[in-house]
Design a protein around this ligand. Structure first.
Ligand code: ADP
Ligand code: MG
Length: 484
């Protein structure tokens, strides 16, 4: 990698992105820059790699100007940036790579005792290691509580989850160091369980000496209660305090369970002090858990807390497309689009609709036409519609929040105190619903669709400069969804 001779601008690239790091928020940094890799350069340009075309487009749109001017300031050359797409190595590659790294460092590194897959590490022969390894991995999976399918390869990245996924990758590369604890929150079916399990799977595939344990908060609670009942407290403590990566799903379940909260608090401290990684999920922001002790809340909040939002149309489509390819079934893009248009709230429902069509197609042994799909999913679609967000609903919540009247929000007045809330309302409607810009314009006193587009762009660009805006919008979106 890198390039020959005097056109190696690698050093300027590194210097440049360090400058940029100081100018943008930590979150933006993790989201967009963590995954850009310098590849090579020539007299006129620098080539970098990104993991997908989605990334490339986002980085270009958001930061290309900033990158180019920064590089110009540092190098004195007008350099253009070329992007190439470099997919993350597949799990198999990764596994083999980390395996060979393990093997080569085996003689020098005696400090670590492999806990689960002894054979796989001790074997010096990669080829024979592979089949033994397979057994070791399935044994390990049983113990860890992880599902093999919940991996990064099968997790589609979109606007709604890229920050969470990036942080997840960073953690699996560097458990206990990058972000500790890490907490992912969001509504049902948005991919929390899949994502934390992916961290567990990837970490183990990188380093098979790690002890990874996944439990739901419910299982954790039950185990704890049983341990007390059987007077085997010490076994429970011993299990949970000697883990390298602890994944606890759905911590909202711990509300009002004071004893378990207390135990988790001590487990947390023990693991934290030993720099062990902890990852949690929750169905809402921790601050909104009413029956959780403050000291545990503080622990959860002291690391990185990131939310998952419902996926937009493109991401929903990408998810279905992936599932269809995985199962090698033949369902047309038209049908997939129909599902994505009608099921907007969560990924689980999206998958369920697809599975239903696949099952039907197999049963009657017929191609799924648009009509058949429409017919089969009629009920699913109509329950979705009932939950749909209306323009008035968004207008009401946004005007309440800013303490202005909805008629002002929709009206013609142009003073500052009204214009921003109006733009935010348009932005949110455009983000959360399928209304076209023309339809939205009509709901705002008959404005033109270009006004709506302009409002959307204004809010987007303002979010980059005003760091308070994004949290405001997120919390508005949450109230809109909660009060639906
Ligand atoms: P949650 O724990 O938030 O309720 P899950 O992780 O159980 O959600 O996800 C529900 C289903 O949707 C799972 O089958 C999961 O594999 C799938 N899923 C969620 N997000 C994605 C994604 N980004 N890409 C692919 N599949 C996803
Ligand atoms: Mg879950």
């Amino acid at each position: 990698m890198g390039s020959k001779g005097h056109w190696d601008y690698g050093i300027f690239w590194r210097e440049g992105i360090n400058h940029i790091r100081e100018q943008i928020s930590g979150q933006e940094w993790i989201m967009w820059f963590n995954n850009i890799e310098y590849i090579s350069s020539n007299e006129l340009s620098i080539t970098v790699s990104v993991p997908s075309s989605f990334y490339r487009d986002q980085v270009k749109q958001r930061y290309l100007k900033l990158i180019e001017t920064t590089l110009f300031e540092i190098s004195g050359h007008k350099l253009t940036i070329e992007f190439i797409i470099k997919k993350r190595p597949s799990q198999e590659d990764e596994r083999l790579r980390s395996k060979s790294a393990d093997l080569s460092s085996e003689n020098t590194q005696n400090g670590k005792t492999p806990r689960f897959s002894k054979e796989s590490i001790e074997s010096a022969n990669l080829k024979t290691a592979k089949s033994k390894d397979f057994n070791a991995i399935s044994l390990w999976r049983q113990k860890s509580g992880l599902k093999a399918d919940y991996n990064f390869d099968q997790y589609v990245i979109g606007d709604n989850n890229s920050l969470a996924v990036n942080a997840a990758h960073a953690i699996s590369r560097n458990p206990g160091k990058a972000y500790n604890p890490y907490l992912i929150y969001g509504g049902v079916g948005l991919g929390k369980t899949h994502l934390i399990q992916a961290i567990g799977n990837a970490s183990y595939e990188r380093d098979s000496s790690l002890k990874v344990v996944y439990v739901t908060a419910e299982t954790f609670t039950n185990e704890f209660i049983r341990a007390i009942k059987d007077e085997k407290n010490y076994i429970f403590k011993n299990k949970y305090r000697t883990i390298d990566i602890l994944l606890i799903d759905d911590i909202h379940f711990l509300q009002a369970k004071d004893g378990t909260q207390e135990e988790l608090f001590h487990t947390f401290n023990a693991l934290y002090n030993a720099s062990k990684q902890m990852i949690f999920t929750c169905d809402r922001p921790v601050s909104e858990l009413k029956q959780l002790r403050d000291r545990l809340k503080n622990r959860f909040e002291q690391g990185l807390n990131v939310d998952l939002q419902p996926p937009n149309f493109e991401t929903r489509f990408a998810i279905l497309k992936q599932k269809v390819e995985q199962k090698s079934v033949d369902i047309s893009d038209n049908v997939l689009e129909l599902i994505c248009k009608n099921i907007t709230t969560n990924v689980r429902d999206l998958e369920a609709a697809l599975l239903r069509l696949i099952a039907y197609a197999e049963l009657v042994n017929k191609e799924v036409t648009l009509e058949i799909a429409q017919q089969q999913l009629k009920e699913t679609f109509s329950t979705q519609k009932q939950g749909k967000i209306s323009v008035e609903h968004v207008q009401r919540i946004v005007s309440d929040y800013f303490n202005i009247s909805t008629s002002d929000l929709k009206g013609k007045r142009r003073n500052k105190a009204i214009v921003l809330p109006r733009q935010i309302a348009m932005y949110i409607i455009r983000t959360l619903t399928e209304y076209s810009t023309t339809e939205i314009g009509l709901e705002f006193g008959g404005r033109d669709h270009t006004t709506v587009m302009h409002a959307y762009q204004r809010v987007e660009s303002r979010m980059k400069t005003d760091s308070t805006l994004e949290p405001t919008i997120r919390s508005l979106i949450r109230s809109i969804q909660d009060q639906k």
